[in-house]
Design a protein around this ligand. Structure first.
Ligand SMILES: Cc1cc2nc3c(=O)[nH]c(=O)nc-3n(C[C@H](O)[C@H](O)[C@H](O)COP(=O)(O)O)c2cc1C
Length: 189
């Protein structure tokens, strides 16, 4: 009896720690992307914030995808995906791709990259990648990938902070002007 009470307390602590971790990590603001892939003639996609640059030489990035997501299996099979970085006015699209429905691409304007991944129209930036490794990370798969091509355009990003979507603001009002001039966008490869 005592042992099972101890087990319950342990479990409560574990849940509390998990919840605290989730809330604390929510303070790390990120952008919002839609990861897309195509397998056996079907387009897959999910909203993801767990995206990180990994290496410059060669250009690599990583994404963390829940093992239960339809998109994870599709990426594992196709070995290709695109990272579509959302604009500040695209929170509705982010919510749309944060569901497991199978008709997420219906009515959307898409094209296909050189590797065959679906590229969503009117994105802030798009990168098409080829998977080099799938690393297990508990509930998630970490896909390491080489960036095959990358494009970006002028605009501001959708952001994600403490479980909510919002806008990014520069520290000073004029700093954005020179930023656009510095950016010359072209394919990485
Ligand atoms: C802002 C936001 C960020 C998210 N980030 C991730 C993520 O990085 N990795 C992940 O696996 N799921 C993430 N999700 C949840 C997936 O979008 C969601 O589970 C989706 O329904 C999976 O779709 P699928 O089963 O069709 O692949 C996020 C959701 C939101 C709203």
């Amino acid at each position: 009896m005592e042992l099972s009470a101890a087990r319950i307390t342990q479990e409560q602590h574990r849940l509390a720690d998990r919840e605290r971790f989730r809330r604390v990590m929510g303070h790390f603001a990120s952008g919002v992307t839609i990861i897309t892939t195509r397998n056996a003639g079907v387009d897959y996609g999910l909203t993801a914030s767990a995206v990180s640059s990994l290496s410059l030489d060669p250009p690599m990035l990583l994404i963390c995808v829940n093992k239960t997501a339809h998109t994870r299996g599709a990426i594992a099979r196709s070995q290709v995906f695109a990272v579509n970085i959302l604009r500040e006015n695209q929170s509705e699209l982010a919510r749309h791709f944060a569901s497991s429905r199978l008709d997420k691409f219906d009515g959307l304007s898409i094209s296909y990259g050189a590797l065959g991944a679906p590229l969503l129209g009117d994105m802030l930036a798009t990168l098409e990648c080829r998977v080099t490794a799938e690393v297990p990370g508990a509930t998630h798969s970490v896909f390491l990938a080489e960036v095959h091509s990358a494009q970006a355009s002028e605009g501001m990003p959708l952001t994600y902070f403490r479980g909510r979507m919002g806008r990014f603001a520069f520290m000073s009002a004029d700093s954005g002007t020179s930023l656009w001039r510095e950016m010359q966008w072209e394919d990485v490869a």
